[in-house]
Unconditional design. Structure first.
Lengths: 427, 174
């Protein structure tokens, strides 16, 4: 069998690895438009911050492709898929035939539709080249503006602040992290960021990026001018669906896949930031552009390309950040807009906890400060467990695994993995 | 030597655990520089335990990383710090690669990965690598198991654990 994978990040690499583990003879080819192999995008802000160097960027051994006998086309962009002839065309004309194909083309950062975005020193951070270009000019930057107060924007700002730059974050909403947490939790995080020298300008947007060829500042919609030598747009991502749509594979928000991560073409699969999968907390199809989801999906897609018929339980939106030693984790539905949700929350100094329930099942949570129970809560969300019996304990400091052992015992069919059963043998 | 393989792991007999925290102390000492309780309390950073006694009502469990076969933490780790050892099937953590993003903390259903705020990296059960030498300690492979005064902790296969349970009950018929 001839397996071809487009994309060399979390989903693509995991799929290749999974196929190789299960089939020593398979012919595996991986195509990536980047030349630096096996690096983790999520580490790029750590690279900019100077907390790691390039040697620590890789999430697999340098020899991974060689050791696993995976043929690679690196620095080559896949430009089209011919589904009739079952082949992928690369830039420069090379044709790569496939029996089973995985599209793991990821996503591209959203940009701003304002004058000046094409000036020098205006960046998004997604690829190693972006990070290298920023690092190169960093010595000549005193002030930086970050457009976007979501997770990406704040991570970018945090990295720059660690390099002692004067950073201003321009946030459209009235609070930071508006998609992720509510105002109370946002205030705790914003206060800490400001205390550590990151300026936050809420309720404002950049109207124009100023400067001749090179960015020298931004003009906000309120008419305020902010001088800076670097502008970073940190506003989320759009899935790279072009290759799939051009081949008439069904695309909605992302590439549409079934529970086996198969697209509308039976020999083509999709995984990672480009795939629109089932979201367990929302009970709906959604793109969860996250590292853990991409790895899970890469694994499942790989197994199904091998014909193993493994269904994907679904993804769960989740994120973890740590700014100046304050950890925050959010998961699932954190700000329900419709009726029918129950919310329990608690706020203390530098600590915030919120659990969102629907019909006695947890569908979301936010933890700021004390994040120790995040993992235990995550499994209750994933397994859709009725938590009526322990509702009063959910916000406790000591809400740990032992507290859910009665539920593990009661819902044995939902905690099937041996590891759970091992813990309750004598319970 | 009950060294971790695919089939050998550490079990806790909840009926015998009294929550004395001997496992926690032994674990912290084992992961100290001096490996001596009195010197360890003066170390900076303070040595961290990777096992925790947790209770539900009057029942207590000594819980640590279950070294899951299909480990959520490994899949969530964006830096490549967490991986599965091909031979022992242990879940191993490379301190050098960890950046303290807490993605593992976010997904571990057992809450067995601890956030070390001091060193800003994740800390978890590493199956006592320094005790690998058979001549160390009392001959019991793991510090927590060796320290357990009530024999609640047990290292071995599931069958051995089950056999041991029935023996302890004085019921050889099972």
């Amino acid at each position: 069998m001839n397996y071809v994978i487009i994309g060399g990040s979390a989903a693509g690499v995991t799929a290749a690895e999974t196929i190789r583990k299960n089939d020593k003879k398979a012919v595996i080819t991986l195509i990536s438009d980047e030349t630096f192999p096996l690096y983790s995008r999520c580490l790029l802000t750590y690279l900019i911050a100077g907390s790691i160097d390039e040697s620590k960027l890789c999430f697999r051994d340098k020899d991974f492709y060689k050791e696993n006998n995976i043929k690679t086309y690196l620095g080559k962009k896949a430009v089209s898929i011919d589904r009739k002839k079952k082949s992928v065309s690369l830039e420069g004309g090379t044709k790569v035939p496939y029996d089973k194909l995985l599209i793991a083309t990821g996503a591209t950062p959203k940009t701003e539709n304002i004058p000046g975005v094409n000036k020098k020193r205006v960046f998004t951070i997604r690829r190693i080249d972006d990070a290298r270009a920023i690092i190169k000019i960093l010595d000549n930057v005193n002030k930086a503006a970050v457009l976007g107060g979501g997770l990406i924007g704040l991570r970018d700002a945090y990295a720059l602040r660690q390099k002692n730059k004067e950073v201003t974050v321009v946030v459209k909403s009235q609070q930071v992290l508006s998609q992720m947490v509510d105002a109370d939790a946002a205030r705790i995080i914003a206060t800490l960021l400001e205390k550590n020298g990151i300026k936050i300008m809420t309720g404002a947007a950049a109207k124009e990026i100023l400067g001749k060829d090179t960015a020298e500042g931004i003009l906000t919609d309120g008419g305020k001018r902010l001088d800076c030598q670097l502008v970073i747009i940190g506003k989320g991502v759009n899935p790279n669906t072009q290759l799939a749509s051009a081949a008439a594979i069904k695309v909605e928000e992302g590439i549409v896949v079934d529970e086996f991560l198969k697209t509308s073409d039976k020999d083509i699969f999709a995984a990672g930031d480009v795939a629109q999968t089932y979201d367990v907390a929302r009970d709906a199809k959604r793109i969860n552009a996250l590292w853990p989801s991409a790895v899970e999906q890469g694994q499942i897609a790989g197994l199904n390309m091998l014909g193993k018929n493994v269904s994907y339980e679904g993804s769960l939106s989740m994120n973890s950040v740590d700014f100046f030693g304050l950890a925050s984790i959010s998961m699932g539905v954190t700000k329900p807009k419709e009726e029918g949700y129950e919310i329990i929350s608690r706020i203390r100094k530098n600590e915030y906890k919120k659990i969102v329930l629907k019909e006695n099942r947890i569908v979301g949570m936010v933890l700021v400060g004390d994040v120790g129970s995040a993992g235990v809560i995550s499994i209750l969300i994933r397994n859709k467990i009725d938590v009526s019996s322990i509702k009063g304990k959910l916000l406790d400091e000591r809400f740990d695994y032992a507290k859910i052992m009665p539920l593990v015992k009661k819902f044995k069919d939902k905690f099937r993995q041996e590891e759970y059963q091992d813990t309750i043998m004598t319970f | 030597m009950k060294t971790k393989t695919k089939d050998i792991k550490i079990y806790c007999d909840i009926t015998r655990c009294v929550g004395c925290k001997s496992c926690e102390i032994a674990c912290a000492i084992e992961h100290s520089k001096s490996k001596n309780i009195f010197a360890a309390v003066k170390e900076t950073p303070l040595p961290k335990r990777r096992v925790e006694t947790q209770n539900i009502g009057s029942k207590i469990i000594s819980l640590h990383c279950q070294h899951c076969e299909d480990a959520p933490c490994v899949k969530a780790c964006m830096s490549g710090a967490l991986s599965k050892d091909e031979k022992t099937r242990a879940t191993i953590h490379d301190k050098e690669k960890c950046v303290g993003c807490w993605m593992c903390v976010m997904v571990c259903p057992f809450g067995a990965i601890i956030r070390d705020a001091e060193s800003h990296i994740a800390v978890k059960c590493d199956l006592c690598p320094d005790r690998d030498d058979p001549s160390t300690g009392s001959g019991l492979r793991y510090a927590c198991v060796a320290a357990c005064p009530t024999d609640a902790l047990f290292a071995g296969t599931k069958e051995e654990f089950e056999k041991n349970l029935s023996k302890k009950k004085g019921n050889s018929k099972h």
